[in-house]
Structure formats: structure tokens, C-alpha cells
Design a protein around this ligand. Structure first.
Ligand code: DI6
Ligand code: FE
Length: 416
């Protein structure tokens, strides 16, 4: 039996920096937390177990990245250049670039290539402490190519120490073969693609890009109806580029989350609250497309809507593989507090996946998934930009990533 006591740590078990325990210990048996509390109260049953000294590190739950498009072919550095020269994201999309250029590359790539490229983006996230990640389809836009993306996402979850939650985003963009026939494409999404992919066990949730360059409210409803008929929860890319009541519609369908939300109004905020829908903010996309309309943070706070933060890793609007840097942007650009940012990538992000009982907190009885951070205070997590801070990433009681830089210093204290 694999038994261990982790000690000499500051514990932040629920991702809330206002709720911590100094000089704590975690007893882990067969991959699960069996006890946590002050070291001096360690029950005698565990006293003889092997010890692991974390040298005063802060320990939080593993992070959760609850909105990504991690699997895709190619990149769009060329389009970035066009935007820097003055073209807008929407203009490029309307000219047939944007999402559709990634669709072309994704359709052309085989599973092994997509896996390899996505794995190179997943590895830095895991090294930053991400233990659960959502991965959307949506660059295939036909049954075979959407299946290919989702199979790659599932395979990443099998081959890497991370829980993968898949989301079917068939309604991401109109594929060229359906040009001018958006309703017929929605039929295809609802009647052919979704049922087949559900039967193959490839879908955990369903998303729609509800936007003037995406799909209408009525089309979004049809996709949501089809999802609910199959017992799937929904979420929505809502009000990123324009105000259209998308979030309120998502709330009517008891969506897990409504994401982006720069143009959300007060009625939309109230609807999210009433439906218990998480507001997922994606500050790296806001930053990268040089958006200027800020999401209504004060309203979200006033209505006590849970706020999550995610990378939105994708080739068009958010080419980042750092959830910590994204936390920094949430604070710098949206003025979240450090505490809000940490809750946004732990407990609230887990709720946005519908998986709050599995992720986002350290608790007796749960799988022992946590991160030991080489920081003096948790406020450092969203403070540093582009600096590796995780000393250990632990999944099921096993160290899956360790950064030993600084461990050998004479003081024995990590001071990188
Ligand atoms: N919103 C986004 O941020 C991504 N998709 C979406 O609906 C962008 C996708 C892309 O440009 O490739
Ligand atoms: Fe997105």
C-alpha cells in the first residue's frame, strides 16, 4: 500500500487564500487524501508513514483550465501579422481566414500529428499545475474531423496525468461546403454529428459560438435542445464581440458556463446568477485581439456570480499555454483580485466543468491532486509573468512534475 505524509507546507485546500492552514500535513494512501490538518494533530495511525518534506511550500489544489481549444492543426502567425497591420479579427474571419483557415489545416492533419502538436501545448500547462482541462472540438466541422479532434483529446487524457473533459463545438463556424446554408449545417450538427459522437463516448458537454460571425440565438437553441435531449450539459461562447442576449439564453438552458462575456449586460448577469451558471472570463483572448470593452466585473461581483478564468488556448485569439500568465491578465486587465484569480482557476473552474466534486479542492476522500508552489505568498501566483512557480505537481499522490531549481542551495530553502 502506497502511504505517505506530506508535511512542512502551507495549505490552501479550497483555492481560497483567505482560508489557509499554516504548518499543515496531508496523509495520502493509495492516491487519495485520507486526512489533512495541522501537523501537530496528525493522528497516530499515520505517524509511522514515510514523510515528504515540502520545505515550507504553499500547496493548492491542482489548477483547472475550463475552456480550451487545445487540439488544432497549424497556427495563425500570418494572420497575427495582418492584424498588427490593422485588419480586425472579424474582418479576417469574413474574408474566409480566421477559424476556417485552422479548419483546413485540422482536416488535413492526421491524428498522430494533432496529438503531437496538442501534447506540446499540454505539457507546459501540466508543468504549471493544471490537473484538469476542458478541450473543445470545432475545427473539424464534419463528422470525421470532429471525431478525430475528440479522439485526440481523449488520448491526451489517457497518456498524460490530467483529466480531460471534452466539449463538442460543432457549431463553431459554418464550414465552406454549407456556405449560405447555416440551418442545414445545424441540422447536420444536431441530427448526425452529435448523436454519433455521443454514442462513441466522445462528448462530455456541448458548446456553441453564438455571435454575428458564428450562430444565431435560434440556431444555438436548436443545438442546446439536441444536447439536453441526450442528457448533455451545455455552455456557450457568449457576448464576446457583441451584445446579443446569448448569456441569458444559455442560462435558460441551465448552462454550466457562459464564456467571454465582454458585452454582457445586467439582465444577463442576473440570469447567470439565477441559473447558477459560471461566468468564464478569457482575458488572454481580450488581450490578444486588443478588445477594449471590459466584461462587467462589478455586476458579476454584485450578483455573486462565480467567476472562472481560462486560457481559451486557440490559434486565432489566444495562443497561450500559460494559465498563470492568464491569471495575471485577469488581474491586470480586468482588475480581479489575486484571491478571485485563484478561485477562478480552482473551485469555480471545476464548477464550470460540472466537476466540482472531483477537482478544485483538496479534501479527505478525494484523489490527491495538488501543486506545491515555490512562493512566499499565494499573491505571487498571478504576479509573476512567465516564471515557472510550481515546485511539484502531484496527481493521485504521485509527483508527475518536479522543478528542482534552487533545491540544492545551502540554506535548504528554495529561493529561485
Ligand atoms: N471564440 C474564441 O475565442 C475562439 N473561438 C471562439 O468561438 C477563437 C477561435 C479562432 O479564432 O480560431
Ligand atoms: Fe473559445
Amino acid at each position: 500500500m502506497e502511504e505517505r505524509v506530506w508535511q512542512n507546507l502551507h495549505l490552501c485546500a479550497r483555492g481560497d487564500p483567505d482560508d489557509t492552514l499554516a504548518d499543515a500535513a496531508l496523509a495520502v494512501c493509495e492516491g487519495k487524501v485520507v486526512w489533512m490538518g495541522p501537523l501537530h494533530e496528525l493522528p497516530t495511525d499515520f505517524a509511522a508513514w514515510p514523510r515528504e518534506d515540502l520545505q515550507g511550500a504553499w500547496v493548492t489544489p491542482s489548477l483547472v483550465d475550463c475552456h480550451t481549444h487545445l487540439v488544432f492543426g497549424g497556427h495563425r502567425a500570418g494572420e497575427f501579422a495582418l492584424r498588427l497591420a490593422g485588419a480586425s479579427y472579424e474582418e479576417i474571419a469574413r474574408r474566409g481566414g480566421g477559424i476556417l483557415s485552422t479548419v483546413k489545416e485540422t482536416r488535413a492533419a492526421d491524428e498522430a500529428t494533432l496529438f503531437f502538436e496538442a501534447a506540446r501545448r499540454l505539457e507546459p500547462l501540466i508543468a504549471e499545475g493544471v490537473g484538469a482541462i476542458e478541450i473543445k472540438s470545432g475545427y473539424g466541422l464534419d463528422l470525421a474531423s470532429e471525431r478525430k479532434m475528440l479522439r485526440v483529446a481523449r488520448e491526451l487524457g489517457r497518456r498524460y496525468p490530467v483529466s480531460v473533459y471534452t466539449t463538442f463545438l460543432g457549431a463553431h463556424a459554418l464550414p465552406p461546403e454549407f456556405a449560405g446554408r447555416a440551418d442545414a449545417y445545424i441540422d447536420e450538427v444536431c441530427e448526425r454529428m452529435m448523436p454519433a459522437l455521443v454514442d462513441e463516448g466522445l462528448i462530455d458537454a456541448v458548446d456553441v459560438f453564438c455571435e454575428r460571425i458564428g450562430f444565431t440565438l435560434a440556431q444555438s437553441e436548436r443545438v442546446f435542445d439536441a444536447a439536453l435531449r441526450r442528457g448533455l450539459r451545455v455552455k456557450m461562447h457568449a457576448e464576446q464581440l457583441s451584445a446579443n442576449g446569448g448569456a441569458a439564453l444559455a442560462a435558460r438552458y441551465r448552462a454550466l458556463s457562459a464564456d467571454h462575456l465582454e458585452y454582457l449586460d445586467e439582465a444577463g448577469v442576473a440570469a447567470l446568477k439565477e441559473a447558477d451558471t459560471v461566468a468564464v472570463l478569457l482575458p488572454a483572448a481580450y488581450y490578444f485581439i486588443r478588445e477594449t470593452k471590459l466584461p462587467p466585473l462589478d455586476l458579476l461581483r454584485r450578483y455573486k456570480v462565480p467567476i472562472a478564468i481560462a486560457t481559451d488556448c486557440n490559434p486565432g485569439t489566444s495562443p497561450t499555454t500559460s494559465l498563470l500568465a492568464t491569471m495575471n491578465m485577469a488581474c491586470t486587465l480586468f482588475r480581479l483580485t489575486a484571491a478571485e484569480a485563484l478561485k477562478g482557476v480552482t473551485c469555480h473552474a471545476a464548477s464550470a466543468l460540472g466537476a466540482a466534486s472531483r477537482h478544485g479542492a483538496i479534501e479527505a476522500g478525494r484523489q490527491a491532486d495538488f501543486v506545491a508552489w515555490r512562493v512566499d505568498t499565494l499573491a505571487e501566483l498571478p504576479y509573476w509573468i512567465g516564471r515557472p512557480l510550481a515546485a511539484r505537481v502531484v496527481r493521485g499522490g504521485m509527483t508527475v512534475y518536479a522543478n528542482h531549481a534552487g533545491d540544492a542551495l545551502p540554506s535548504g530553502r528554495s529561493v529561485t
